[in-house]
Design a protein around this ligand. Sequence first.
Ligand code: TXA
Ligand code: MG
Length: 306
Amino acid sequence: MSAQIEHAVALLRAGELIGLPTETVYGLAGAARQPEAIAKIFALKQRPASHPLIVHLHDPAQMDDWARDISPLARDLAARYWPGPLTLVLRRQANVLDALTGGQDTIALRVPAHPIALAVLKAFADGVAAPSANRYQRVSPTTAEHVRAEFGSALKLVLDGGPSEVGIESSIVDLSGERPRILRLGMLHAHDFGRLAAHSDIRVPGSDARHYAPEHPTALIAAEHWIAHLQSLTLSGTRFASLAYQPAPGALQALEASSDALEYAQALYANLHVLSGLDVDLIAIEAPPESPEWAAINDRLRRASG
Ligand code: TXA
Ligand code: MG
């Protein structure tokens, strides 16, 4: 085991938090069975206690330590997609900390597909709670640098696993009730969830319409209105930066959007972090296509501009 992994595990055992790379976004990780660690996560993120955390595991067989009444569909999805960007919400075991679940009778579980995360989880040998490593309602981190910029000296260790490959948070499917429900769209959804989606109510968390928000007001603009909209911004003296497929006349900085959904998602939060750091009045984003592989991206963009 590398010295870094050993250090990470020692910190987790001591009830400390670390920055943990995953394939979706970086997590703010703490021991899921230690109440002090969970309390630190909520405090550092400034997150309301009613927003439960995802417990990360290294092996699907650990599901039974956390959840009960696991349906064949849940076992199927776990076998098929873990490690990967899928979170399953299941009925929880009685010994799961209330603080983790917001007092709900369910628990969210995921096995992340990142070698460093898996090495830490395997060496730690128990569940690790990890929300995205950003303050409440801010843009999620996809690099170790984003995590350091957000939490600085509050973290003794941020493991650097390179830029997150998926780039947006995991898909969340609730299998605790009668019918599966998709609670959050992720990039997995784009490719594989068509059939499941047809059988579920899509209830993307609506309680916080503004979420994943950059520092500046953000406008999502349809392709056909792009040029006219930018002209009116320029006329009104609005200083703006942009993320778009088309050229962006008048933008202080113009980032080029990828027409490949996987690449667009991978770069999305890094792009929003760059645009957030600029001295502008507005971030202008050209709306991507509406086809299914863009659904998770459009969801995040709507929230960012909400
Ligand atoms: O990709 C991800 O899922 C990342 C990486 C670090 O794994 N984590 C992440 O965690 O996005 P967080 O805390 O930022 O988002 C977790 C979402 C929240 O919207 C929360 O409300 C929901 O999962 N959630 C957690 N437990 C739940 C439960 N028992 N029932 C319903 N929703 C739950
Ligand atoms: Mg988050």
